[in-house]
Ligand binder design. Structure first.
Ligand code: COA
Length: 335
């Protein structure tokens, strides 16, 4: 739980960015042995956005666009940021971090800047860490970006992984709120367990592949997944993290205005909805249009929900994600 401070933390603005390129289920039907009917029934996905690498599109561009929109919404100057955190596993280079390049590109330097890799949990991990740093009194304004451009790491000749993922970025600007100490993240969890890592991984070399790995057609360097194992983990973990967030804060479903969940598979979200009893109007869904955009997913949802006017000052919002690692995270906010 949050240690009380004489100031709160406010999400001053959000933004998001997706590429224009659309990859539909019909497109995938012409690339691999699959069908629109199978994909919609098993995942809820109808289309996803994909960067055009030949046109120079990628994570860096989407990230710059998303944080600029978040700063505009916050009516803030980039120079007011004192830190920039980018939750992503797909920064263009291993070194430097995209955060450093973005900070320079938008005019936020000399704000501190770093990338954080927690796979699909990258944004929720980053959001929680940023909030905690402001709470500590050491920072006043932090830009948080969640983005993944996984399309260059997807083998589009293989059907189990290629149908799931899309590219997207979302961002938020967090600021210290001296007027409202009650605002901010009232409960958060960032956890991981590496024991199941081989269910979802991206080997660079033969040596990275565990000896007991099942045979796959996915090429080296691309994302490999044991869909059934990830599914079992996710269904259990989603229910657990939402119930933990509610029990730990003493809040009931009626007290929450929105549950913002990582968009991995509509059936995983439906399962948590049914088991916990979450009403449709409180669980935002955009997986049909964007697929699973990894660390971009929750960030994109938060921006879309905010811009749709579904979150008002004083509302309680529960944000949850899980991802490769395996990682999971929750963040409960009083907005
Ligand atoms: N199109 C058509 N058929 C497909 C297919 C595709 N794209 N992918 C798999 N199949 C086939 C399988 O070969 C299998 O055929 P069989 O019964 O003849 O052996 C059948 O469909 C069922 O496969 P299965 O793997 O059991 O399907 P599923 O219901 O578990 O759905 C996933 C597969 C990947 C959609 C599902 O497991 C999932 O969403 N897992 C979690 C993935 C995830 O969230 N990853 C990101 C984490 S952040």
């Amino acid at each position: 739980m949050t240690v009380p401070t004489p100031f709160g933390v406010r999400i001053a603005g959000t933004g998001s960015s997706v590429p224009d390129g659309v990859l539909t289920n019909a497109d995938l039907e012409s690339m691999v042995d699959t069908s629109d009917e199978w994909i919609v029934k098993r995942t809820g996905i109808r289309e996803r956005r994909i960067c055009d690498r030949a046109a120079g599109e990628g994570a860096f561009g989407l990230e710059c666009d998303a944080i600029r929109k978040a700063l505009d919404a916050a009516e803030m100057d980039p120079g007011e940021l004192d830190l920039l955190i980018v939750g992503s596993l797909t920064s263009e280079m291993r070194c430097p971090s995209n955060a450093c390049r973005i900070s320079e590109a938008i005019g936020a330097a000399p704000a501190g800047a770093f990338d954080l890799n927690a796979a699909c949990c990258g944004y929720v991990y980053s959001l929680n860490i940023a909030e905690s740093l402001i709470r500590s009194g050491r920072h006043r304004a932090i830009g948080v970006i969640g983005c993944d451009v996984l399309s260059p790491y997807i083998d589009y000749e293989e059907r189990t992984v290629s149908i799931l993922f899309g590219d997207a970025a979302g961002a938020a600007v967090l600021v210290r709120d001296d007027e409202h100490p009650e605002r901010g993240c009232i409960y958060q969890k960032i956890e991981a367990n590496g024991s199941g890592w081989e269910s979802l991984y991206m080997p660079r070399r033969e040596e990275d592949i565990p000896p007991n790995a099942p045979p796959t057609e996915v090429r080296l360097g691309n994302l490999r997944m044991n869909g059934r194992e990830v599914y079992k983990f996710a269904v259990k973990k989603f229910q657990e993290v939402i119930e933990d967030a509610l029990e730990s804060t003493g809040l009931g479903v009626d007290d929450i205005s929105q549950f913002i969940c990582h968009q991995s598979n509509i059936r995983i979200i439906q399962s948590a909805k049914e088991k916990i009893g979450l009403p449709d109007e409180k669980v935002y869904i955009n997986i049909d249009k964007y697929g699973n955009s990894s660390a971009g997913s929750v960030a994109l949802c938060l921006d879309q929900v905010t811009r749709a006017g579904k979150i008002n000052p004083g509302d309680h919002v529960v944000i949850v994600a899980f991802g490769a690692g395996m990682t999971w995270a929750s963040s409960v906010w009083k907005m």
